[in-house]
Design a protein around this ligand. Structure first.
Ligand code: GDP
Ligand code: MN
Length: 345
């Protein structure tokens, strides 16, 4: 009599990748993704690429964060994607709610008035931006780590990374790294710069020497040119963000109320902080990390880099005139990386 072989009994056979050879030297670092239960498929797409392009050989752990508890289904969908450790954290309510000095009525009126601006109507988007600005790196699941790499559902990692970006940060004393930089919608941050100038006056000792004020201002600090690093990709030193300067800056912004009375994004907040509170040589552009977050790409064109990628190098937002990356590279004096004038057409 025929019997079904044991391994045939499960209709779905979940097979984990083969055990990798992990390098002996790694940084104390983790991936972090803030994500909804409903974005499990998009999260799997991102992790698949992170694993295939990088992490199968490095095994950095993943931290998933959510403002509501993760479902068992979500966790079961994530676990087979990597052999690396995964932690599923719940955001504490006090980090995703109104502080006592904020008027909910005024916040609601703002949302009505901003209904024609990207996410202007959205309450949850504001909690999300405030959380990403001031709190995720303080989550207890994040506290063990020195460096984090922020990832999002539905993004694309399109180049093999046969080096360790975390170790690059550590070995070169970098504290904040990006792959794209762009101008922000001024309607979302009308008073952010005035509140920031106020901070600089109040805490001049926290502003770094050799900072990159000229990256974010065209007139020596009078106004903000809205240049910011796109924070959906971000590799940074969490110890810097937990430190005095960043904390003072965040608290100063939080007191001013613009996360709720305007629609301050975590991207301009992180970027202004990195530009003012760090010396410029602690910021870094990872040009070799091919990355897509709708609707923009970073995709290296240099043949020795392009060969490791599946992206189209003619679609590289950093080489477009609107991008702020060339300005960054010129100011940072990164010779040989500035995109020549002829690419801008
Ligand atoms: P966008 O890139 O500015 O369009 O914003 P996203 O919708 O991509 O949100 C940024 C990040 O926050 C992503 O990682 C989302 O998964 C996450 N996110 C946004 N809103 C929420 C929310 O209400 N709850 C949770 N858990 N995650 C959220
Ligand atoms: Mn996004």
């Amino acid at each position: 009599k025929k019997t079904t072989p044991k391994h045939r009994k499960n209709t779905i056979l979940i097979q984990k990748p083969l055990p990798p050879k992990i390098p002996a030297r790694r940084a104390n670092a983790a991936f972090v993704m803030l994500v909804r239960n409903t974005d499990a498929l998009g999260a799997r797409m991102t992790i698949r690429q992170i694993e295939d392009r990088f992490n199968r050989n490095f095994q950095y752990p993943y931290v998933f964060l959510n403002d509501v508890p993760f479902t068992e289904e979500f966790k079961e969908l994530m676990r087979p994607m990597s052999r690396a450790n995964m932690t599923f954290g719940l955001v504490p309510t006090e980090h995703w709610s109104y502080p006592e000095w904020i008027s909910k009525t005024k916040a609601q009126e703002t949302r009505k008035a901003m209904k024609n601006i990207v996410y202007g109507w959205s309450e949850s988007y504001r909690h999300m931006c405030r959380y990403q600005s001031g709190f995720f790196f303080q989550h207890e699941a994040m506290l063990p780590f020195d460096y984090y790499w922020r990832i999002e559902p539905d993004v694309e990692y399109s180049c093999d990374m046969d080096f360790d970006p975390f170790l690059y940060m550590q070995d070169n004393n970098k504290k904040y790294a990006f792959t794209m930089s762009l101008p922000e919608y001024m309607e979302t941050i009308p008073t952010l710069w005035n509140v920031t100038r106020d901070f600089m006056e109040k805490y001049p000792h926290l502003v770094a020497e050799n900072n990159s004020l000229d990256f974010i201002s065209d007139d020596g600090g009078k106004t903000y040119n809205t240049c910011h690093f796109w924070s959906n990709f971000e590799i940074a030193d969490a110890r810097w963000m937990r430190g005095e300067a960043y904390q003072q800056y965040f608290n100063h912004l939080d007191q001013a109320g613009g996360f709720f009375y305007e629609r301050w994004g975590d991207a301009p907040v992180h970027s202004i902080a990195a530009a003012l509170l760090l010396p410029m040589d602690q910021l870094h552009f990872f040009k070799e990390i091919g990355y897509f977050h709708a609707p923009f790409y970073n995709c290296p064109a240099e043949p020795e880099l392009q060969i490791k990628c599946h992206c189209n190098p003619s679609r590289n937002v950093n080489r477009e005139r609107m991008s702020c990356t060339n300005r960054f590279l010129e100011l940072a004096g990164v010779k040989g990386m500035v995109y020549p004038e002829e690419v801008f057409d």
